[in-house]
Ligand binder design. Structure first.
Ligand SMILES: [Zn+2]
Length: 308
């Protein structure tokens, strides 16, 4: 299938085709004795992911684990559907996200407030997963991949308070979720992802430092794909955060409202990203995944908390 890429080490990248777009939201299958799916993508992507797993030889009873880096709908919106397709699979998530997978009503209500009618087009509805199938992770934990191989999880808040990174003992791959920002392989651009209500600069920087300390061989971005320049890329992740926070702080100190702050930050960061100079579709991907309004709103929300 043309939405599956063999990354080596029995790891397969699956383009989940979020909202019909290609190349914006990835899931990953680690195909060992105990097959593990990292990130489900959205609810509307679940059939796409199932077809990919089927073509990789993973039948309904074969999937051992589903793990999500955090419970935002582009990462975990499909958990309920995938749990239904794969009745043996254990669902693994940070403890701060677990109850929302068992009872998504509050999560969906707040997502509906943020996205309005666009929610149905972009994500669909997260359906509930039986609580008995959910395993909650603390500050660290692990997922057995079989044959002595494991995914080790590390709590990495900052983007979201229920975020974990996961490192594969077999390959040194680090699944970074959104904690290192959003990477666009077409242009090599990297932009921060700082949405409300959880964004926190200090914990976000701590999480990037924690990732550096794990000495990964490769980063696997949920948006999007593998990156092997690990040190350089994580350095950029931290730099991008600082730049967006500095500019937003400046806009705030000048008394700008959100719309003006977004316009100012957008203009002042524009030249950093080739994507914004390339075709409209690529620029649109950036706006969808780490849009300036969402990033600036998240930073403002954090500043209101720490510097009222
Ligand atoms: Zn995301």
């Amino acid at each position: 299938m043309d939405n599956i890429t063999d990354l080596g080490g029995d790891v397969y990248e699956i383009d989940t085709r979020m909202a019909g777009y290609s190349g914006i939201t990835a899931g990953y299958l680690i195909l060992g004795d105990r097959p593990c799916l990292v990130e489900t993508g959205t609810s509307t992507s679940a059939p796409v992911v199932r077809d990919a797993l089927t073509s990789l030889g993973v039948g309904p009873r074969d999937l051992a684990t589903v793990v999500v880096t955090h419970i935002h709908l582009d990462h975990a919106g499909g958990v309920g559907d995938i749990a239904g397709f794969y009745p043996e699979a254990e669902i693994v998530v940070h403890e701060k996200g677990a109850r929302h997978l068992a009872d998504p009503s509050r999560l969906m209500a707040s997502a509906r407030m943020v996205w309005g009618d666009k929610l149905d087009v972009l994500f669909g509805e997260l359906s509930a997963t039986d609580a008995s199938r959910i395993r909650a992770l603390g500050d660290s934990g692990s997922v057995d991949l079989g044959n002595g191989r494991a995914l080790h999880s590390h709590y990495s808040p900052g983007h979201a308070k229920h975020h974990v990174g996961l490192i594969d003992s077999g390959t040194g791959d680090l699944y970074v979720g959104d904690a290192a920002g959003v990477y666009l392989p077409q242009t090599g651009d990297l932009r921060p992802a700082t949405p409300p209500p959880d964004f926190d600069l200090d914990t976000a920087l701590d999480s990037i430092a924690l990732f550096e300390g794990l000495r990964p061989q490769r980063l696997l971005f949920s948006h999007y794909g593998p990156v092997t320049d690990v040190a350089e890329t994580l350095g950029r992740s931290a730099e991008e955060l600082r730049i967006w926070v500095d500019l937003t702080r400046q806009a705030r100190s000048e008394g700008m409202d959100l719309d003006h702050a977004v316009a100012m930050v957008r203009e002042r960061t524009q030249e950093r990203y080739a994507a914004l100079r390339s075709d409209d579709a690529t620029a649109e991907q950036f706006e969808l995944l780490s849009g300036a309004p969402s990033n600036v709103a998240g930073i403002m929300h954090w500043l209101d908390r720490v510097q009222p």
